[in-house]
Ligand binder design. Structure first.
Ligand code: ADP
Ligand code: ZN
Ligand code: ZN
Length: 727
């Protein structure tokens, strides 16, 4: 009896916690805290039994009242990391999964680096930089000559890198034994002392002053600076005093911006090692950065969108460079936008955030115009050089291959002869977007997608850029067997081939995803271009952004019309951004020129772009959006469904639309997605809009549970996308 009574009290007393687990269910899971664990609190990383498995999860509510009978509850298996996720970060994660209508358990995936999502403790790779400990410095090794000579080497210069020491003949065994004996220890990679940057111009100075005013308090700044106006210099000078007093600054960069060049520049100016975080890093490297961020040891953090969720101990400022870039939006899983999340985070931390771009997103321009962000403008280039001259090339009636008109070739040749570089932008990779038969009208289409196959010349293939399908290039028409097939339109490969023939003397560099697959390949090209030798660079979006290549005198956009008439309501915004970004590559060290090819020279938007600057064009587009009831004036979310049968996806969405008929949001659809069929799946979507973001959120947050209760057919995939960037 006595025994039983005691157990009962103990059970009554024992803590019940609610844990987030990486499973696709819209809820948390309750566990008892066993006697072996003192107590658990929010943010603890735990191992729990789940069905027949064990999962790593995060404690979200440490004092839950479970609705389940206690004997139905299992106990937490182990406490793996006490206080792993600080409160502030846990709140951000909770906001993110809620705002983006995602299963709450996804916060585990967002919040932990891969190494901490596994139950086995992860061994950090051997530290690359080493220094003596106090004990190591004070010991005398008269009987251990090897130890002695390493000691002397580290007294002479410290820290030293492991690879350098190994090269000098120090054995790995010696390093290990001295580490174990506490004589040497891992050290941070040394940074060169902070170098002073250029003297800022007046506009830059007032931007830095404005940012510095709100140190220790939240303000969101939109730094709208024309290309080459020295935005990065503004971030760096604003960050420098913060880093010097030991605080942390987080830099978010789009995928493409995160090159060694950028990292080195930030390091040199801030005089601190930069810690990198992005998904191409090894698990060990990611863990190392994550831990250094959490401890506060890392003061300068640079990463892509996932770095938004690094734990920060002494955060003082966040910078989001090229804030308009769509790579800040995650396109699967939790569809968050790291820029918007960063603003939330800065607000919670009560620190300034700087969103920088030459071509800010319409959302950000609207926020600035409504006073939510403070607009800082840099209207001039640092070099005193004017922005490049824009020139329209009317290509109506032109039949030049790949759009390379004689006039254009002439211009390119002149620039090359003058020792300059030329940038040619074409937003399509491959040789030709269409292959067809002029005899019978056959076209090479993907059997799995509603899209043409793209012809690739060098690999002699037809490829689907949507599902990855590949087949050999047919030599005759598969339908009527006519011997000649016609390649319609042009991609980067064709532009390159044509240029090689027309201007054989100019070195050509092609940059697209077929040609450049690895980060270090791209870095070589960046270095090569920075060196400034005359050449023609042909590429897709990859070359349009952020790069500073002073050698470029002429930038060209071949055939801009596609995005002008895109069915995506963001088409004109993207076009404006691309044009300003591409044109901005030219004329950084010499007067530059920009050529825009179009068959619609009188189109009102093209005219507007020619007459005004980016911000005025953006405001004009904002008025159009408002008139059409589109974001950012209206809040938008989509429910997307895809299934092997179109009717299935449609019926599913119709049912949801009917359920939402009485809600506060407007529902349109089901409408086909821009790419109606992909990889065998028919894709439809519902548009949910509301003038009130809060009303829309109230609906999107209830939807996942509502949908899972209604049991979606198992062969149908669905998701909700809040603030979608794609239609
Ligand atoms: P953005 O980020 O606007 O493209 P950057 O900050 O990268 O521009 O500046 C472009 C180049 O101009 C860099 O090489 C930078 O060092 C240099 N620069 C920036 N500000 C100044 C300045 N005030 N005076 C001289 N050079 C500058
Ligand atoms: Zn396909
Ligand atoms: Zn044919």
């Amino acid at each position: 009896m006595l025994f039983q009574a005691r157990t009962l009290t103990e059970m009554m007393d024992s803590q019940t916690v609610r844990v987030a687990l990486p499973v696709p269910l819209p809820r948390l899971f309750d566990y008892l805290v066993p006697e072996s664990i003192d107590a658990l609190s929010a943010g603890d990383r735990v191992l729990v039994p789940f069905g027949s498995r064990e999962l790593v999860g995060i404690v979200v509510q440490p004092d839950a009242r479970s609705s389940l009978p206690r004997d139905a509850l299992k106990s937490v298996g182990a406490l793996l990391g006490p206080n792993e996720i600080p409160d502030e970060l846990l709140n951000l994660l909770l906001w993110t999964v809620r705002y983006y209508a995602s299963p709450i358990g996804e916060l585990v995936t967002l919040g932990l680096p891969p190494a901490l999502r596994r139950k086995q403790p992860f061994k950090l790779p051997a530290a690359e930089w080493l220094q003596l400990t106090e004990q190591g410095r004070e010991s005398t090794f008269s009987r251990a000559p090897k130890r002695q000579s390493l000691q002397q080497a580290l007294v002479a210069r410290s820290p030293r890198s492991r690879s350098e020491l190994l090269d000098e003949g120090v054995s790995a065994h010696l390093l290990r034994s001295m580490l174990q004996a506490g004589l040497i220890e891992p050290a941070d990679r040394p940074a060169s002392p902070a170098r002073t940057g250029p003297e800022l111009n007046e506009e830059q100075k007032s931007a830095v002053d404005a940012i510095t005013e709100s140190i220790n308090r939240f303000t969101a700044y939109l730094l709208a600076g024309v290309t080459g106006s020295g935005k990065t210099e503004v971030y760096l000078q604003a960050a420098r005093p913060l880093v010097q007093r030991g605080q942390q600054v987080l830099f978010l960069l789009p995928e493409i911006g995160l090159t060694t060049q950028t990292v080195r520049r930030i390091e040199q100016r801030l005089g601190q090692p930069a810690w990198i975080y992005h998904s191409d890093l090894s698990e060990g490297e990611r863990l190392a950065t994550w831990q250094a961020a959490r401890s506060g040891r890392a003061r300068v953090l640079i990463g892509t969108r996932s770095a938004l969720f690094l734990p920060l101990k002494t955060a003082a400022m966040i910078v989001v460079d090229e804030e308009h870039d769509s790579s800040y939006k995650q396109f699967d899983g939790v569809r968050y936008n790291a820029r918007d999340g960063a603003v939330m985070r800065a607000r919670a931390l009560d620190i300034p955030i700087v969103l920088g771009s030459a071509t800010p997103a319409l959302e950000s321009v609207a926020n600035a115009d409504q006073g939510r962000y403070r607009l800082l403008e840099l209207t001039k280039r640092v070099t005193d050089l004017a922005l490049p001259q824009w020139r329209l090339e009317d290509t109506r009636g032109d039949h030049s291959e790949a759009g390379l008109t004689p006039a254009l070739i002439e211009r390119i040749r002149d620039r090359i002869d003058a020792g300059e570089q030329v940038l040619v932008y074409r937003n399509r990779r491959g040789y030709a977007p269409i292959l067809m038969c002029n005899e019978c009208g056959w076209q090479a289409d993907c059997n799995h997608c509603s899209a043409h196959l793209t012809m690739h010349h060098s690999s002699r293939t037809l490829r689907c850029h949507h599902c990855g399908y590949v087949q050999a290039l047919p030599s005759r028409c598969p339908s009527c067997h006519a011997p000649d097939l016609h390649a319609g339109g042009s991609g980067t490969e064709r532009v390159e081939e044509r240029l090689a023939r027309l201007i054989p003397e100019a070195p050509l560099i092609r940059v697209d995803r077929d040609q450049v697959q690895q980060r270090d390949q791209f870095e070589k090209i960046i270095d090569q271009l920075s060196a400034g030798q005359p050449c023609i660079i042909i590429g897709t979006q990859m070359i349009a952004k952020g790069h500073h290549w002073p050698g470029i005198g002429l930038a060209i956009v071949l055939d801009a019309d596609q995005s002008l008439f895109s069915a995506d309501f963001r088409g004109p915004e993207r076009l404006a951004q691309t044009l300003y970004q591409v044109s901005g590559r030219a004329g950084r060290a010499r007067p530059g020129e920009f050529v825009l090819q179009t068959r619609q020279p009188d189109h009102p938007f093209i005219q507007r772009l020619m007459e005004t600057d980016y911000l005025s064009s953006a405001r004009w587009l904002l008025d159009e959006r408002a008139a059409a009831g589109l974001p950012p004036v209206t809040a938008l979310a989509m429910v997307r469904a895809e299934a092997r049968q179109a009717t299935q996806a449609q019926a599913f969405l119709k049912r949801i639309a009917a359920d939402l008929a009485t809600s506060q949001v407007q529902v349109s659809g089901p409408l086909p997605a821009l790419l109606q069929r992909r990889a065998g799946y028919w894709r439809y979507q519902l548009w949910l809009t509301s003038a009130s973001r809060a009303d829309l959120m109230a609906v999107t947050q209830r939807l996942p549970e509502h949908i899972s209760q209604g049991k979606a057919p198992s062969n149908l995939r669905w998701h909700i996308d809040v603030d979608p960037l794609e239609v």
